[in-house]
Design a protein around this ligand. Structure first.
Ligand SMILES: [Zn+2]
Ligand SMILES: [Zn+2]
Length: 294
């Protein structure tokens, strides 16, 4: 058993990995609960792990998500793609949990970390499933929205999921797709023309003025990313996502002749002095610097 160095009551990265089945072991966050389904696992994640996480001050949350994505992002993506789900109570919950589950929650939470950019930009075999993820999310999102449209979902008893979780799931799925498409190398992991055509009417629907403004904004970003003419602008976005857009020492704006941190490859410096100054100091890089397999 491990304990969070910030506060022993909070979940550690390894606790979350144990709940998701990505690591063997026991954790205080599941010891009193019986894991009966994917829905329960997601509830444990949301109710017992993520609110304590959101109580963590931002710099510590940043460290938590950096460590999680360095250690478990690749395993989370693999498990998501291979549908490593526990049983779910009914077909509607199944359709939803294929799209929105504990793996997805952590992939989504990791998307602001530079390790997310590193993983999706990587050509290492352990990152190979990352190239399929945008398509898998798109396919599951389509299946889920069509299921709701058919009204099949309404007749089941999963109102909690449909009323409270469905709009959030759609929004998170679209946001993750946009982040993945921004982070991928130009010619890899794109959506097929057929998939784009299938998504287009939904993106139009979610872009209508009566929709939530953040949903409309995500749809606008996604439409741009799906448009091939935006490709030349993407190198800058990719570098930003990977932490390669400028010297990592706060206050230094140098953008030229940067050298990458050899250990994590998620930060760059203009000179060895700035690398040394950032390693310790007010928001030290040593807490965010992890080796990865990808
Ligand atoms: Zn510098
Ligand atoms: Zn580093």
């Amino acid at each position: 058993m491990t304990s969070n160095p910030t506060d022993p009551r909070l979940a550690t990265v390894d606790d979350v990995a144990i709940i998701l089945g990505l690591k063997q072991g026991t954790t205080p966050f599941t010891s009193t609960k019986v894991m009966i389904s994917e829905v329960d696992r997601l509830r444990v994640m949301v109710q017992d792990c993520l609110p304590p996480l959101s109580a963590i001050p931002a710099p510590d949350l940043c460290i938590f998500l950096a460590e999680f994505s360095a250690k478990y992002l690749s395993a989370s993506v693999d498990a998501y793609i291979n549908r490593c789900l526990l049983p779910v109570p009914n077909p509607s919950a199944m359709v939803q949990s294929e799209l929105f589950n504990g793996y997805f929650l952590m992939i989504s939470a990791s998307s602001d970390s530079p390790y997310f950019g590193k993983y999706f930009g990587s050509h290492h075999p352990s990152a190979a499933n990352g190239k399929k993820l945008a398509t898998v999310v798109a396919r599951r999102l389509l299946r889920f929205t069509m299921h709701i449209d058919k009204g099949a979902a309404k007749s089941s008893n999963s109102n909690f999921w449909l009323d409270k979780e469905a709009p959030e799931a759609i929004m998170k799925a679209l946001r993750v797709m946009a982040m993945i498409l921004s982070a991928l190398p130009e010619d890899e992991g794109r959506l097929s023309p057929q998939m784009k055509n299938a998504l287009a009417p939904y993106i139009r629907r979610w872009s209508k003025p009566r929709q939530d403004p953040s949903l409309r904004e995500i749809c606008r970003q996604l439409s741009q990313l799906l448009n091939p003419s935006s490709v030349p602008q993407r190198r800058g976005v990719r570098n930003l996502l990977r932490g390669w857009d400028g010297c990592g020492l706060p206050g230094c704006n140098e953008k030229a002749n940067l050298k990458i941190c050899a250990r994590c490859r998620t930060v760059c410096y203009c000179c060895p002095e700035h690398q040394k100054a950032h390693w310790t100091g007010p928001s030290p890089h040593k807490k965010l610097c992890f080796e990865t397999i990808y």
